[in-house]
Ligand binder design. Structure first.
Ligand SMILES: Nc1nc2c(c(=O)[nH]1)N[C@H]1C(S)=C(S)[C@@H](COP(=O)(O)OP(=O)(O)OC[C@H]3O[C@@H](n4cnc5c(=O)[nH]c(N)nc54)[C@H](O)[C@@H]3O)O[C@H]1N2
Ligand SMILES: Nc1nc2c(c(=O)[nH]1)N[C@H]1C(S)=C(S)[C@@H](COP(=O)(O)OP(=O)(O)OC[C@H]3O[C@@H](n4cnc5c(=O)[nH]c(N)nc54)[C@H](O)[C@@H]3O)O[C@H]1N2
Ligand code: SF4
Ligand SMILES: [Mo]
Length: 735
């Protein structure tokens, strides 16, 4: 909630701190560039002839790889990797990164503020001035505050733009606690399980690990830099080994030394059996355990029940392989990692499954050491402090108490939505959405549509007509990442870096930055809120970098900033960790106190019912989530999604490759093309994310493929509130 203790930062004080000389330098050079550019960019007719190369960072996914934009005749002709060394992306720009030009020059992009004229979802709009659209947003926000409560407004957003915090600032200043961010769709179980063990969510030292086990992380397609680069790299002659578990034969499986098509939802059985072998056969690092951990005795007792023979029947991986892998892993340790991945929205037991991973890494001493798990570092930047107004009558978050560990900032999407639908304990009537595609990214689309139906008002800030924008009342066009000056962002990691964005070309049409939009809304919400936004982006950047002006020179000079090129090992040796005991918690006292299993207890996933299949979802190298499938360049590479089904099952169902099939779950029904492939287990089917859209404003993909969000049931982990997206069963019939 709004914190009255926050230090007030007045505009004068703010400016006093910034370096004025530097401010002039940036603004000066920026203005020169912008002045020479087209006033209102028309794709086919660039007005000015600007030829230059501009450093920035990619905005096509979470990674923020270093980019150099080749601007020719005022148009971004090509995006290349930043040629300067950058520890995060090391000269890599993936297919999506290259396709960024088609985000700017996309005929489907949002060009002007739009106000709905027909029914919601009917697709009838009129162009509005910014003035009118912004007035409409704040009038509605004020009405909701008056009629219900400030907490009846929800703010949904996802990171990636570097300026999400301004959106969250507006929410806080307006006075709602109800911000819904992406972690419970993505990685919150991961953070929870690892933090409960190590006091932090560390990063695996993929580059230096001799032995890596990856399960449920498809790094050759679901790219995370630098892990995806390091995973592929071989030193030649090194003893590096990659063991990969996935119900599908992915590109990572193709690169692995061993691939096991594990039964979905049983990774914990495999991990517990590895721990069993390592403990019962004395392969653990007893000095490390003695010095750094608590609860080994309890773990040793608990793990006895989980033998490789037992695990083999659960997870379909032969007991002899489990035993051998346990030996190989322990022999390679501490230069060995069980890679925890990122997305942990798989099963309801995800937090405890990640706990098991963390415990396995700990007992072989793969912590804070070369080739093991590394605690992250961050380059400190100065925060923007502001004094949010205080409102006495605002209740707690709507989803408060819904799960054991709820993040006040992120909330839990599935819990929140259920309570909002029941107006329990109060109604949610207004929705502000910024860079989140609720109807595509949150499981059970029909429920999200119901949620939107009950709103008095919905405003979406996006760059294209996403499904969520399509169902909104006001749609505001943001300038794309290649047209914005964004605040620098400090990305934590074993080798922390700072990334930034500057405009490569002038923002086209009437698109504006999120920062500008937030400032304009703040102004309309009254002077107290306006004051918290009373600075320019240039001033903000100088403020953030005031303690380290050299970052400024590095960012604008070569596009990247970092202080180290290699991780520092043993950094936390002898130091207290941020757990209850100050040590690595094999046995979690904290969990015991909350009535949770203090050690991971295995439960089999629900059995696949006869004549049904488990629906699996996941990444494709050419797309980011559900929202780049319409990009012209990427669409050429993969024009539609298909349903993967094993040949043996296709024969049983008398289905042919390429035919249209109906996929039906408890909550939805979709039609898409069948792809018969050996690359998937017979008990599961798979579809890529991002097709089957509702919006007709996405011309390449409207009416194409099927939506996974429409099929996935809304289940979640009761500890973290993370969605469980692989617990849905579907029936397949000819369409
Ligand atoms: N190209 C691309 N890269 C991305 C992104 C993107 O959208 N596109 N998004 C980024 C983001 S936000 C995230 S969170 C990460 C996600 O990164 P990942 O989590 O690696 O990505 P997914 O493809 O969602 O899931 C990984 C794999 O888990 C498999 N799987 C399903 N069920 C099970 C199971 O029970 N056990 C095991 N062992 N495997 C299972 C799936 O078949 C899938 O291949 O990717 C990041 N990188
Ligand atoms: N079914 C299913 N659901 C999933 C997943 C899955 O694999 N399958 N993956 C989950 C995961 S791991 C994650 S992280 C979430 C992510 O899903 P979301 O939280 O929805 O986030 P994004 O997909 O990054 O962003 C979505 C919206 O941002 C818009 N956008 C892109 N760039 C900009 C910009 O510069 N400015 C503005 N204003 N808007 C922009 C896009 O057009 C899109 O509408 O999805 C989760 N949901
Ligand atoms: S992984 Fe690809 S899409 Fe993501 S930031 Fe890097 S280049 Fe861009
Ligand atoms: Mo994610």
């Amino acid at each position: 909630m709004a914190n009255p203790k926050k230090q007030k930062m007045s505009r004068r004080k703010f400016l006093g701190i910034s370096s004025c000389a530097l401010t002039t330098a940036v603004v000066g050079s920026q203005v020169k560039v912008l002045k020479a550019l087209a006033k209102s960019g028309d794709i086919s007719e660039p007005v000015a002839a600007i030829t230059k190369d501009v450093y920035t960072s990619c905005g096509m996914c979470v990674n923020k790889c270093g980019v150099i934009a080749r601007v020719r005749d005022g148009v971004i002709h090509k995006l290349d990797p930043n040629p300067n060394f950058f520890p995060k992306s090391r000269g890599m720009l993936c297919a999506r990164g290259n396709a960024g030009t088609k985000v700017v020059y996309d005929p489907d992009r949002l060009k002007y503020p739009l106000i709905r004229v027909g029914e919601r979802g009917e697709g009838k709009w009129r162009r509005a001035s910014w003035e009118e659209a912004l007035d409409m947003v704040t009038n509605n926000m004020n009405q909701i505050a008056e009629k219900y409560n400030r907490a009846s407004m929800m703010f949904a957003s996802t990171e990636g733009t570097f300026s999400e915090h301004f959106f969250l600032q507006l929410a806080e200043c307006y006075g709602t606690p109800n911000t819904l961010r992406h972690p419970t769709l993505c990685l919150s179980s991961n953070i929870q399980g690892f933090s409960a063990t190590f006091g932090t969510n560390p990063t695996p030292d993929v580059k230096n690990a001799d032995y890596i086990i990856m399960s449920g992380a498809n790094r050759a397609e679901a790219l995370m830099t630098p892990d995806s680069i390091d995973m592929i790299k071989t030193d030649g002659g090194g003893r590096r080994k990659l063991v990969y578990l996935d119900p599908r034969f992915t590109k990572t499986a193709a690169k692995a030394d061993e691939w096991y098509p594990i039964k979905p939802g049983t990774d914990m059985a495999f991990i517990l059996a590895l721990i069993n072998v390592i403990i019962t056969e004395g392969l653990y690092d007893d000095d490390f355990i003695e010095e750094n951990t608590v609860g080994f005795e309890q773990l040793a007792q608990h793990i006895k029940q989980y033998s490789p023979g037992w695990a083999a029947t659960e997870c379909d991986i032969p007991a002899k392989d489990i035993r051998r892998i346990a030996h190989e892993f322990a022999n390679a340790a501490p230069s060995a990692v069980y890679y925890q991945g990122r997305r942990s929205s798989f099963f309801q037991n995800d937090t405890q499954m990640r706990r098991a991973m963390a415990i396995l890494n700990a007992i072989v001493g793969a912590w804070d050491t070369k080739g093991g798990l590394l605690p992250n570092k961050k380059i400190a930047l100065t925060k923007h402090d502001y004094l949010a107004p205080w409102y006495d009558d605002v209740p707690d978050r709507l989803d408060k108490g819904g799960v054991t560990y709820l993040s006040e900032k992120d909330g839990s999407w599935p819990v929140f939505r259920d309570r909002a639908l029941a107006a329990d304990p109060y109604p949610i009537k207004g929705m502000m959405v910024y860079k989140q595609n609720v109807l595509v990214s949150v499981p059970d689309r029909a429920k999200s549509l119901e949620l939107m139906k009950q709103m008095d008002f919905i405003c979406t800030i996006d760059i294209t007509m996403s499904d969520t924008a399509w169902y909104s009342d006001v749609v505001l066009p943001e300038a794309t990442y290649l047209e914005r000056l964004d605040p620098p962002e400090n990305l934590s990691g074993p080798v922390p870096v700072v990334a930034f964005r500057q405009p490569c070309v002038e923002a086209m049409f009437e698109s504006k930055t999120n920062f500008w939009i937030m400032q304009q809304l703040a102004k309309r919400l009254g002077p107290e809120i306006a004051e918290t936004f009373d600075f320019t982006m240039e001033e903000h950047i100088h403020h953030m970098l005031k303690k380290k002006p050299e970052i400024y020179d590095a960012l604008f000079g070569k596009g990247v900033y970092y202080e180290d090129t290699e991780p520092e090992y043993g950094r936390l040796k002898g130091k207290r960790l941020r757990t209850r005991s100050g040590k690595i918690e094999l046995y979690s006292e904290k969990y015991a106190k909350k009535g949770l299993d203090p050690l991971p207890v295995y439960k089999s996933p629900d059995k696949v019912p006869t004549n049904m299949y488990r629906l699996l979802v996941g990444r494709h190298a050419y797309f980011t989530h559900g929202t780049t499938a319409n990009n012209a360049l990427l669409h050429d590479l993969m024009p539609e999604n298909t349903l993967w089904l094993a040949p043996s099952e296709a024969r049983k169902l008398r289905l042919k490759n390429g035919q249209m099939v109906k996929v039906k779950s408890k909550v939805g029904e979709e039609k898409l093309k069948l792809e018969i492939t050996e690359k998937i287990r017979p008990d599961s089917v798979y579809m890529a994310h991002g097709f089957g859209v509702l919006s007709k404003g996405l011309s390449n993909i409207a009416g194409v493929g099927g939506s996974d969000a429409a099929l996935i049931e809304s289940k979640y982990c009761p500890i973290s509130g993370n969605c469980a997206m692989h617990e849905t069963f579907v029936q397949i019939t000819p369409a």
